[in-house]
Design a protein around this ligand. Sequence first.
Ligand SMILES: Nc1ncnc2c1ncn2[C@@H]1O[C@H](COP(=O)(O)OP(=O)(O)OP(=O)(O)O)[C@@H](O)[C@H]1O
Ligand SMILES: [Mg+2]
Length: 252
Amino acid sequence: MTTATTTRHAAGVADAVKVYGSGDTAVRALDGVSVGFPAGRFTAIMGPSGSGKSTLMHCAAGLDTLTSGAAFIGDTPLSTLDDRRLTLLRRDRVGFVFQAFNLIPTLTVAENITLPLDLAGAKGSREWIDALVDVVGLRDRLHHRPAELSGGQQQRVAVARAFAGRPDVVFADEPTGNLDSRSGEEVLNLLGRAVRRMDRTVVMVTHDPVAAAHADEVVFLADGRLVDRMESPTADKVLDRMKAFDTKGGRS
Ligand SMILES: Nc1ncnc2c1ncn2[C@@H]1O[C@H](COP(=O)(O)OP(=O)(O)OP(=O)(O)O)[C@@H](O)[C@H]1O
Ligand SMILES: [Mg+2]
């Protein structure tokens, strides 16, 4: 090592290629992407529609497999795991937030939050769940059911659920896509607080420069390739970078 400190990555991919289909209809959704998502940081993935953002997230999270290359959670290469171990790794070390909140309608807020732990037969730490409930601001809604909550509140429950098992990394695909801007802002602040106050790692796919500005760093995809990275993004800087995609196809 030539540097005094090295970055620990909570997840990442190396030389990742993902081809959907075959022959004439084959789509190269990832075309040789190498990227690490640093532990304890909030990373946003941006790029035009169809650039491979969701594919990258799904492959990095072990929800889908690469055609070639490697995906890692921590130091664990996912290709070395059989189905059972992969399922356990996803359950114990990865959290997810989706655009559709995916709460269980018959369960209360409290039950939805602890669902991953209950399924795992794990107790979890009561202090941790308690702290989470405060961070997401749902203490007075714990015994409500999802249908009794606003969209923003439901997504806050989904965020709390994603962090309940203290996963190494939480992946979020367009978590504010179904929310108005004020509720979206609350969810983004929440993800930022989880990273900065609770030392979590978040990787978020978004179309929205304002959402991306909540991250510590933005990585840009175009045509299945990593084309840029931006530290300390602002909405204006991200918007300017996105405009370049329209004029020169994103390759810089
Ligand atoms: N299951 C699939 N079968 C075939 N092609 C697919 C499949 N999933 C994605 N693709 C293709 O792979 C490419 C990348 O898709 P992906 O969903 O990763 O893009 P994205 O950047 O998330 O786009 P969006 O911003 O619209 O969500 C696209 O051309 C898409 O049509
Ligand atoms: Mg997508």
